[in-house]
Design a protein around this ligand. Structure first.
Ligand code: F0G
Length: 475
């Protein structure tokens, strides 16, 4: 077979940041002190940080130049106007309200659109998105295709919406109870899975029939566009920028966490086409974020964001970005490690249920696996399973998600292929000793978004939960 030619990142390194190595003894102490929660580790004690791709990108020299040129006027900064122009040009939305990050935009749109008793269907949920919908009095309803809940299904577009499920919900509850459909490109919690353009087009037709708007969580829209270019027949010859624009044009409003796709360390926005919604968001943003021409961002951050938007839709950039994630995923597949199929666009997701089948879900197998990976090599990953899924609002029981995952999230333009090799080796080493890994018990649980600050203690292998009291275990 002809060997595939090597590929390389489309940039070179101008400045470096030193990494810190730790000893196994130090890591044992650090993870204990962190309550077995990788969110509570100090980053100086982490070697390769794959906790998140959020706000962790390396900015380009052009973005750093904008930082120096930032206009820090309280009102009417040139950087706001540049950012607004970039949103209009590349995404096509007419009105832009800046926010300090994505969840602030979610807060605004949920407050404006949702009434108590409403239902908000979506292609799976994101933690902050769903919480803001619930805090506004809505109930989130998952209408993603069933394949998305099956980590072994190789379906290419696991971010698709099951339109039949959605229409049944609309008919059952009545269109007036559905303020909007929440549609994410790509679906983070499903493993970074894309929605297809044909599904989105059909969604547009269905929602138009009932006069229901689509709110687009466009956090990783360029990555989704790249998957459409690679796998959807009619899009092979379109640029990522063209596909991004087409996606946005099929929706009515968008929330953006610019800390991901758009290559900045902080920032976000709400973008809408409806002038009345814009007016309301523009007055609310002043209450919660800051004036409507900075919304929680410094001028320089908005300048860097305007450049980041442009760079993020370049074919060359996105091919290398997703390519690096696929490189790591393929290495793990070759080593027989259970990961979510197909490989996502922003990270590789380990299937903890298969990796550690002896640990019951209420002993947090993904949480335990993430801690074990840190112990092995100082690589930091994140739990995306029962801890992240939280509790049922009514019964107070844990939500038991089908997907019990550990996310190895790749920051953009930060690590090299050699770092990916080190990560793959560490995952393999942990896999080899998997039978000796035990579960965890939760000893501290915050009220909201518990995964960020929950604390755990180890449960020896083979011990089981007694009754409902999480602190009682016996053999
Ligand atoms: N939507 C999606 C799909 C996200 O992945 C995130 C953040 C948000 C909204 C919220 O944006 O963080 O700027 O307030 N995801 C991060 C992550 C935290 O690690 O996946 P934010």
């Amino acid at each position: 077979m002809k060997r595939k030619r090597a590929w390389a990142e489309p940039y070179k390194i101008k400045m470096i940041e030193h990494l810190h190595m730790t000893t196994p003894e130090e890591r044992r102490r650090f993870i204990e002190e962190a309550g077995y929660n990788t969110f509570l580790l100090r980053s100086k004690d982490v070697y390769i940080d794959l906790l998140t791709d959020s706000g962790t990108s390396a900015m380009s020299d052009r973005q750093w130049a904008q930082i120096m040129l930032g206009d820090e006027a309280y009102a009417g900064s040139k950087d706001f106007l540049d950012m607004e122009a970039a949103v209009r040009e590349y995404y096509g939305y007419q009105y832009v309200v800046p926010t300090h990050q994505g969840r602030a935009a979610e807060h605004l749109i949920s407050k404006i659109m949702i009434k108590p008793g409403d239902f908000v269907p979506g292609n799976m949920y994101f933690t902050t998105t769903r919480l803001h919908q619930e805090l506004a009095g809505g109930t989130f309803v998952d209408v993603i295709v069933d394949e998305a809940h099956d980590p072994e299904s190789d379906f290419t577009f696991k971010g698709n919406i099951n339109l039949q499920k959605l229409e049944e919900l609309i008919i059952d509850k009545g269109p007036e109870k559905i303020p909007y459909v929440s549609m994410a490109t790509t679906v983070n919690m499903a493993g970074g899975q894309p929605i297809s353009m044909s599904n989105l087009r059909a969604l547009r037709m269905l929602t138009s029939k009932y006069n229901i708007p689509i709110v687009h969580d466009m956090t990783r829209v360029a990555e989704n566009a790249y998957m459409i270019q690679q796998y959807e027949e009619d899009y092979r010859h379109k640029t990522v920028a063209e596909i991004v624009r087409e996606i946005c044009d099929l929706t009515d409003m968008a929330t953006m966490s610019a800390k991901k796709d758009a290559l900045v360390n902080i920032g976000g926005f709400l973008a809408v086409n409806d002038y009345e919604v814009f007016e309301e968001a523009r007055s609310l943003v002043v209450v919660y974020e800051g004036l409507h021409t900075y919304g929680g961002m410094a001028g320089r951050d908005m300048g860097a964001l305007a450049v980041g938007i442009r760079e993020s839709v370049s074919d060359e950039h996105i091919k290398a970005r997703v390519g690096q994630v696929q490189y790591l995923g393929n290495k793990l597949l070759e080593a027989g490690i259970p990961i979510v199929h197909p490989i996502g666009t922003h990270g590789v997701f380990l299937n903890a249920k298969q990796f550690l089948p002896h640990i019951p879900q209420d002993q947090f197998p993904a949480q335990s696996l993430a801690a074990e990976l840190y112990l092995d090599s100082g690589v930091r990953a994140m739990e995306r399973g029962i801890v992240s899924a939280g509790r049922n609002k009514k019964t107070g029981e844990h939500n038991y998600p089908k997907l019990e995952l550990v996310r190895l999230t790749i920051p953009r333009r930060v690590y090299t292929q050699s770092h990916m090799d080190v990560v793959a080796d560490s995952v393999e080493a942990v896999y080899d000793k998997r039978e000796n890994i035990g579960g965890l018990k939760m000893v501290f649980e915050p009220k909201y978004l518990r995964f960020f600050q929950a604390r755990f203690e180890p449960v020896p292998v083979g011990w089981e939960l007694v009754g409902n009291e999480e602190l009682s275990y016996s053999k």
